[in-house]
Ligand binder design. Structure first.
Ligand code: ZN
Length: 153
């Protein structure tokens, strides 16, 4: 079998940030890298799970909701994938992520979709952990520019 594109990225050079992972037709996959790969510090499952619920909810309620194809965590627990239609400019994609993370950092109350019948592991949530990740990533993504969306070669 062929090695898929995301495995050809040199993960030793990858820093926290936001990158274009791949483009398939009109679908643009963004790599939102929240932890340094193999850095010894990973998203906890609870924080990542809550982050997923909040990120998906806010992105799918944004003005760009019709262009949001998918939001979900990486199995290695170092980040998230966000798949958008290419009708969304790179500038707007960065702004959407910044706005979403601001929403998560400020969120209080009941986690959306966290009832037993709405979720596959409804007890495994960590809101404070998710908010800490959002705060950390807002610093990383502050003044982020389109040219930084390319992986370092
Ligand atoms: Zn869930």
């Amino acid at each position: 079998m062929k090695t898929i594109a995301s495995f050809t990225v040199d993960h030793d050079k990858l820093e926290k940030g936001m990158y274009i992972s791949r483009i398939d037709g009109d679908a643009v996959t963004y790599d939102i890298r929240m932890k340094k790969p193999n850095g010894g510090d990973y998203l906890t499952n609870g924080a990542m799970h809550t982050f997923e619920h909040l990120f998906a909810t806010v992105a799918r309620n944004s003005t760009l909701s019709d262009s949001v194809i998918y939001v979900g965590p990486m199995g290695c627990r170092t980040g998230f994938y966000l798949i958008l239609r290419d009708s969304v400019s790179s500038e707007d994609a960065i702004a959407l992520v910044q706005e979403s993370f601001r929403f998560i950092a400020d969120f209080s109350g009941k986690i959306p979709g966290s009832e037993r019948k709405e979720c596959g592991n409804y007890l495994d949530h960590d809101l404070e952990g998710a908010k800490a990740v959002a705060r950390d990533m807002l610093k990383v993504l502050e003044n982020y520019t389109v040219d930084r969306l390319q992986y370092e070669k």
